[in-house]
Design a protein around this ligand. Sequence first.
Ligand SMILES: Cc1ncc(COP(=O)(O)O)c(C=O)c1O
Length: 368
Amino acid sequence: MAEQLGDGTRAIHVGMPEGPDGSPLVSSPVFASTYRLTGEPSGPYQYGRLTNPTWTAWEAALSELEGGETVAFASGIAAVSAVLLTALRPGDTLVMADDCYYATRRLAEGLLTDLGVTAHLVPLNELGDHVDGATLVWLESPSNPKLDVCDIATLAERAKRHGARIAVDNTTATPLGQQPLSLGADYSVASDTKALTGHSDLILGHVACRDTEHANAIRTWRSSTGAIPGVFETWLAHRSLMTLDLRLQRQAANAQALAEMLSSHPAVREVRYPWLPGDASHQIATRQMRRPPGLVSFTLDDGATADKFLAALSIVATATSFGGLHSTAERRARWGGDDVHPGFIRFSCGCEDTVDLIADVATALERV
Ligand SMILES: Cc1ncc(COP(=O)(O)O)c(C=O)c1O
């Protein structure tokens, strides 16, 4: 599909079937574990753990949006594990941003370290100083939950000079917000549980690769370990993808309005939203990204105040995860895994009317 088409057009049409009169306009799920297969095994579909037509359509769509061959997984963390465990061997060095998703950090510091990989966790903006000797450099941008942004192209160039691969967890941005492969990354990894599918009703992930050999290794890993996506979830995901552009537009508009309102509110400190002109990530985010995400983070006085605020919200649910149609918020310190202030809130703007969302947050802030 032509690159110059708009995001709305691409999100609707990627990976969808073409055909003569009488053929379906959209793809349907194929629930086959078993395919007819006689003689020497050949053809694209032989056994359900290896290939499936519903995955093929979904992966074609993601490959187009990411700009590289894509392999779908049962969850975001299955996609993360696939990259870590195919790219690294005992004796290798992993350099990872220390603000990455906690389960990713846990793999680095736990399983990988046990397997003989040396893992260095360093601040996102210091990754460039540690690429010498690294086998793989891992980061999230914008990071979750603090929303810091890394200059991916500069880091990728540096990593390449030192012979290191670079993987970007692109969950918060989605491929409409940012294409890590075109910025020089070797892998773009994501939890599709979040904004990409956006309906809070499924768990999925994917890995997009710049290099066909890496994609083959990732695909073989999936077949070998069985971390395969469910067919129904995959079909739901492809159905949800068609509205990605619309959802992101409303989420970003809500996030901008919320960030502006919070920035001038006396009860709120340290608002983070890369599209706020005063934000520490503003310059690099607006230069590097194609469009903004719907996440805002901010800090209230302490944990008790933050809990009171969350309880006072009416249309915003307290929940973990983000990127859905429904606005959600949570006090991240309740999990204990992130280095955040006790009053730090990650707020995921959904697709409600902006005026309703802002009124709900303003009323809750008045109550605390
Ligand atoms: C940035 C990021 N990467 C990966 C994951 C893991 O994804 P999943 O929960 O789909 O396994 C998450 C989950 O919250 C995440 O936020």
